[in-house]
Design a protein around this ligand. Sequence first.
Ligand code: C2E
Ligand code: CA
Ligand code: CA
Ligand code: CA
Length: 268
Amino acid sequence: SKRAGSHGCVVHDPSLTDPRADDALLSDDLDHALDRGELHVLYQPIVTLADARPVAAEALLRWQHPTRGRIPPDRFIPIAERSGAIARIGLWVLAEAAAQPFPASVNISPRQLREPTVVHDILAVLHRTGRDPRDLILEITESAIVDGEAVIDALRSLRTHGIRIAIDDFGTGYSSLQYLTRLPVDILKIDRSFVAELNGTPGGAAVTEAIIHLAGALTLTTVAEGIETAAQAAELQSLGCDKGQGYLYAEPLPAADVARTFVGSAAE
Ligand code: C2E
Ligand code: CA
Ligand code: CA
Ligand code: CA
């Protein structure tokens, strides 16, 4: 049998050998993370490209794990999706964001959007916090939207209350463009992989340019993600992109820091 050495104990850690076992461990931890205060939300300003004025901020979830330290959302959000924990966590993020004194853009996962009570739950949070629905943007991926008629009905209903709908990571999905014309959508977020191609090389702007033209034809607003250089910002602006976010302007920040940047500038 195993004998505890001078360090006290011998623990076989399945996470070291099996990634799925590690998912299961994280999933258990995530069940308690909210109640133990390990989750918090940072906010990344979204600005007008014309004058870098903040108009909203995207809520981005963070998990400070007690023993492992910071775990990135790309790691734990898919786990929360599979376990279903995302429904409760997502509503908590929404409530946090709705409590801030600036318009917020909140990521809604496909699983959350399929909850039969999603419309009621989102409106209840706005009601409880006394927020104007026009100050809320919901970010949804293409894959969630093409999920079916129930999801489209939910979005339509949310939109009649004044909530705006953004398609996140636009251009990275595999869905047909046809769906765009019949969808309740207000904003296209240009994925940062396309913004990264804006480096002055011929053809580098092709996809971004096509998305902006498409948005114009459908009278949708465009927001470019992951803007890191002034050259990218200038090129996006000359292509007709409306708004942007990225490290050039600000990284995700605590709410209080973002709130300060809105002082004196009217919300849009
Ligand atoms: P996303 O919605 O596409 O969010 C944008 C990601 O790009 C964020 O990563 C942000 O920190 C990062 N970013 C911002 N500016 C720049 C830049 O200039 N350069 C680069 N390279 N990256 C930039 P983050 O915070 O790690 O979030 C990753 C993903 O996790 C998000 O991608 C989103 O899909 C998901 N996520 C985050 N918070 C939530 C949430 O509350 N609910 C749900 N369902 N998903 C969330
Ligand atoms: Ca997003
Ligand atoms: Ca995105
Ligand atoms: Ca993304």
